[in-house]
Design a binder for this molecule. Structure first.
Ligand SMILES: Cc1ncc(COP(=O)(O)O)c(C=O)c1O
Length: 344
């Protein structure tokens, strides 16, 4: 495999395809009232050690992020997020659209991370001045868009700052499994015990065909989320097929096994590529993404060898992003490293 563009270029885990096949027979209640969807919710209650959380399977992360933010924020609300966040850069204004106008406040921070003190200062500034927006949400991405991972303490500090200032905490967890294996923490420790109100748990990038899951710890949000999800056209009549994917994803640690595999390949890639003359690794590699600056000769040679990857000029001239995925093999990584070496 030569495709390092994204983890969502990968297909689906056999376990998930098999779960879909099993779910395909017979009739079953529609619109999420089926037993697979209920089993998924109960599995999450156990997994997250939270007896009353609610879950909503959705098709896309953009829907999960924007509908959550809409439920957390009034139209005049302020949403504090990292300047490189997916909600700010990649969702075509969906959070602003679904919330009928909430305002995003992009904040800079090293290695894709927000810092509690910076967030709190900004919230107080905006809240105190009272003319721009009313602070409502702090949004984190875990693992971050820079391929780094918030520690539990960092998340807790941000959540405390948010809650002290009447804001709720949303986590874009498109790569939450990658963060979880890096931290070696429990799902509860990196979510509600660290102050998270809603997690958008990603599965599409890490083994599902197409499925994400809202995990709602602050259940006062549930009635509004139910309505918003329906109204936005995301309450699937054949919900069993989303739920079957997610249920299989969370069974027997499949999500963690897939993420662990992808993470270890990224570490291997960064270690190997980092020894190639002129190559600079630009961000700490803590999940399944490597950002590197390649000499032009190396970039050209890799592309000539058929390797696919995106330039990432957001991180400077010559920067590229290389993403590893659950269905990649060590040999794929090694052949990229060898090709880079041979062009040095
Ligand atoms: C950080 C992050 N959040 C969310 C998403 C989900 O996006 P989508 O709406 O394509 O499922 C992605 C996908 O690229 C992402 O990288």
């Amino acid at each position: 495999m030569t495709d390092f563009r994204s983890d969502n270029t990968h297909g689906a885990s056999p376990e998930i395809v098999e779960a879909l096949r099993r779910a395909a027979g017979g009739t079953i209640s529609s619109y999420g009232r089926d037993e697979i969807t209920l089993r998924l919710r109960d599995r999450c209650r156990e997994l997250f050690e939270h007896g009353s959380l609610e879950t909503y399977p959705l098709l896309t992360g953009t829907a999960g992020n924007s509908l959550t933010i809409a439920a957390m924020s009034p139209p005049w609300g302020g949403v504090f997020c990292h300047e490189d966040s997916h909600i700010h850069r990649d969702e075509m204004g969906a959070p602003e659209f679904f919330s009928s106008g909430a305002k995003l406040f992009p904040i800079s921070g090293a290695d894709g991370k927000l810092e509690a003190t910076v967030v709190e200062t900004m919230i107080r500034e905006i809240g105190g001045e009272g003319r721009t927006a009313r602070p409502a949400v702090v949004s984190l991405t875990q693992a971050t868009e820079a391929g780094t991972v918030y520690t539990v303490d960092e998340m807790t500090a941000i959540s405390e700052a948010a809650h002290r200032n009447d804001c709720r905490v949303h986590v874009d967890g498109a790569r939450i499994a990658n963060a979880l294996v890096t931290l070696g923490a429990t799902p509860a420790e990196i979510t509600w015990r660290a102050g998270v109100d809603v997690l958008v748990l990603g599965a599409t990038k890490n083994g599902a065909l197409a499925a994400e899951l809202l995990v709602v710890f602050d259940t006062t949000l549930a009635p509004e989320l139910t309505t918003r999800i329906h109204r936005a056209g995301h309450r699937l009549s054949k919900m069993r097929f989303l739920s079957a994917q997610l249920d299989a994803y969370l069974t027997d640690d499949l999500w963690l096994r897939n993420a662990s595999h992808a993470n270890s390949l990224a570490t291997r890639l960064a270690q190997g590529l980092g020894t190639v003359q002129g190559v600079e690794i630009l961000r700490p590699v803590e999940a399944n993404i490597v950002f590197a600056r390649l000499p032009r000769s190396v970039d050209t040679s890799l592309r000539d060898h058929g390797f696919l990857f995106y330039p990432w000029t957001l991180f400077g001239e010559g920067a590229v992003r290389l993403v590893t995925g659950f269905s990649m093999a060590e040999e794929d990584v090694d052949s990229l490293i060898a090709a880079a070496r041979s062009s040095g």
